[in-house]
Design a protein around this ligand. Structure first.
Ligand SMILES: [Mg+2]
Length: 247
């Protein structure tokens, strides 16, 4: 039996309504060199829209991206969105009010962004954090750059979060596991599914594994499934085919 077959069987046995929590980059959207060009494939978006209308499911996109970036990557009107690593939960249909930055926080982010722009790697500005991506650098150079960025972020009083070929300097530390718990409570879901591909997904994968199914999406960058996951799939294509099978 393939991992995909096992997954279908496990999920079929879960009580409904089932919360389908989904990371976005590397999980729904294939990883590309330029993070600005990453997008959830049209076919997957169509499936997600259908699932969001289905009585058995509640769809939640749970991502490190901010709300404008997520809106560029996928349009799923019926979905909950937990952005900035789950730090901000936006209900379906809610446009998400502007959250003003205080001047001291803005200054910290500006200082980090200016430092990051002055060296190799690609800078990603978000509402309450700045990402530095090093996927286009060679491995040794990328690692050194991330270590320097981590040190710089912490010196500025920001929280440094490492992900796949990225360091994010954040004002607050969101937690996808806590976001998933809050979503389950608000939605009243009887069971939980979550899929994610990175270290920041582990709390949510474990939360879901204890209340349903927690899936790790493996990649060349992170081939090993973590402890606590129900199972691992080989990439976004396998997950997309699983989601399509739920309709
Ligand atoms: Mg991801």
């Amino acid at each position: 039996m393939t991992a995909l077959d096992t997954l279908k069987e496990r999920v079929a046995a879960l009580p409904r309504p089932l919360l389908l929590g989904l990371d976005v980059d590397g999980t729904l959207a294939p990883i590309v060199d330029d993070p600005d060009r990453a997008r959830v494939p049209d076919a997957t978006q169509t499936v997600l829209r259908e699932l969001a209308r289905h009585a058995d499911y509640r769809v939640a996109l749970i991502t490190g991206r901010d709300l404008p970036a997520l809106e560029r990557m996928a349009q799923v009107p019926g979905a909950w969105r937990a952005v900035e690593h789950g730090g901000w939960i936006v209900a379906p249909g809610d446009e998400g009010a502007e959250r003003p930055l205080d001047p001291a926080d803005r200054e910290k982010l500006e200082a980090f962004a200016a430092w990051a722009a002055d060296g190799p790697g690609q800078v990603e500005r978000k509402a309450r954090s700045v990402g530095l991506h090093v996927r286009k650098l060679d491995a040794g150079e990328g690692e050194a750059r991330l270590a320097a960025a981590e040190e710089r972020a912490e010196a500025l009083g920001l929280i440094a979060r490492r992900g796949r070929a990225v360091l994010e300097a954040e004002l607050e530390s969101g937690d996808k596991g806590r976001a998933l718990a809050e979503l389950q409570e608000r939605i009243g879901a009887a069971s939980v599914f979550f899929a994610g591909d990175d270290l920041t997904d582990l709390p949510a994968i474990r939360y879901a594994a204890e209340r349903g199914v927690g899936v790790f999406i493996a990649s060349d960058e992170r081939p090993e499934g973590p402890e606590g996951a129900t199972l691992a799939l080989d990439g976004p294509e396998d997950l997309a085919s699983f989601l399509a099978s739920l309709r």
